[in-house]
Design a protein around this ligand. Structure first.
Ligand code: COA
Length: 164
């Protein structure tokens, strides 16, 4: 890689990870629609919708994060989590529910930075275990989760049926 290309890559990766605001919601939604497509992530596409985004944001905005390009001020990624508590149990889980990074900005550490911040917030809220689910066909998603330190994967099977 030439010095110029390296500098361009570095510039591109300048992002700030911060908490999502109400004003960010339309942009996050538009970005998610480009990422969670039925051709690439079928079940993710089926289960992701605007109410999901709104209800998770309403539930705990501190667990809704965006990665913003510091130059263009455009959102290039997001990560959303929630806390799962079990009544009468000391175990509290940080559920890493959704993550997406703009195609052109992948493999530059954006997803990892988003998750690190989310995990920090999970711990601050008392979570002792982080959990996540990924479609079995989503190789990039699985490699990503492994890289973040998720282990002990179990298979959970989705069925679908056409209702006529
Ligand atoms: C999964 C996703 C969020 C990762 O975001 P990202 O910003 O590209 O991730 P990072 O650059 O932080 O990658 C961290 C590590 O994860 C692994 N990884 C990420 N993408 C990978 C890929 N396509 N193939 C193999 N490993 C990958 C690598 O080990 C990478 O480290 P490296 O680049 O130093 O080798 C992004 O690919 C995406 O938006 N995918 C579509 C949506 C999705 O699958 N979301 C998760 C389920 S909701």
């Amino acid at each position: 890689m030439t010095g110029k290309a390296r500098r361009a890559k570095k510039r591109k990766s300048e992002v700030e990870v911060r908490q999502m605001t109400l004003e960010d919601l339309p942009e996050v939604w538009r970005l998610s629609e480009k990422i969670f497509t039925p051709s690439q992530l079928q079940f993710t596409y089926r289960t992701w919708n605007i109410n999901e985004l709104l209800s998770l944001f309403q539930e705990d905005p501190e667990l809704c994060l965006v990665a913003e390009d510091v130059n263009s001020r455009k959102i290039v990624g997001f990560a959303i989590g929630t806390i799962l508590r079990r009544p009468f149990s000391p175990w509290t889980y940080g559920y890493f529910v959704w993550a997406g990074v703009k195609k052109m900005r992948r493999r530059q550490g954006v997803g990892k930075r988003l998750y690190r911040e989310l995990e920090k917030r999970f711990k601050e809220k008392g979570a002792r275990i982080a959990i996540v689910d990924v479609e079995g066909t989503n190789q990039a998603g699985m490699r990503f989760m492994e890289k973040l330190g998720f282990k002990q994967n179990q298979t959970y099977i989705w069925f679908s049926k056409l209702l006529d």
